[in-house]
Unconditional design. Structure first.
Length: 213
């Protein structure tokens, strides 16, 4: 029987990535020199193609493609419950913090948290629901991520940590923000979309979830 624990996406990611020491001391991020190496990655000339790439990158846990997908000004907007659980993190995560966290989460290696407790590695990530709600629109100038294309997605993700640990389940909504620049592809100018940010609106029970069971 599948055992699951429910928690918000960013809370889950932070808990899984919070190995001993500060998790927000990333190595320098190399520039994107090739934006379409993997043949299973679509050239992101639309918002929906970028989001299809996002799903593929998560399910394959590909940190290199994850790095290429994010805009240099990427930011994750944290919900209040996550800020309460991690008061030292602040209200947002920037590009370097996200890359550091996902590098740990995609590694499939067990780590220990700052208290010395085991944090079991994620072995697979499965998208059970990843559905856009409504249409893509441009965020207003007073938005937390202004003047970017954005859409709300209904999501349900499963983070499998092996047979000895409960599967972690993320359910709720995420608002994704994307932006594009012109790119010359085989002599044709096309938009090239990258992820500008996201606002975590996933369910997050107030009680802290025990990760190792």
């Amino acid at each position: 029987m599948l055992r699951t624990n429910k928690l918000g996406l960013v809370t889950l990611i932070l808990l899984l990535a919070a190995a001993g020491g500060c998790i927000f001391s990333p190595d320098p991020v190399p520039p994107c020199t090739d934006c379409n190496v993997d043949p299973t990655i679509q050239f992101p000339d639309s918002e929906d193609k970028l989001m299809a790439n996002f799903q593929y990158i998560y399910e394959t846990m590909d940190i290199d493609e994850f790095r290429k997908m994010l805009h240099p000004d990427y930011v994750t907007i944290l919900q209040q419950s996550t800020r309460n659980t991690f008061p030292d993190v602040g209200e947002t995560l920037d590009l370097e913090e996200e890359l550091r966290i996902h590098d740990r989460m995609f590694s499939k290696q067990d780590v220990t948290d700052p208290d010395g407790d085991l944090v079991a590695a994620v072995q697979t990530i499965q998208f059970q629901t990843f559905q856009r709600v409504g249409v893509w629109a441009t965020s207003p100038a007073n938005d937390q991520i202004p003047n970017a294309r954005n859409a709300l997605y209904s999501v349900q993700f499963l983070f499998d940590r092996g047979q000895n640990y409960s599967t972690l389940k993320v359910t709720g909504n995420i608002r994704f923000y994307v932006t594009s620049r012109d790119s010359l592809v085989n002599g044709v100018v096309k938009p090239y979309f990258r992820m500008r940010g996201q606002a975590d609106l996933t369910d997050d029970p107030p009680a802290k979830v025990a990760l190792a069971q």
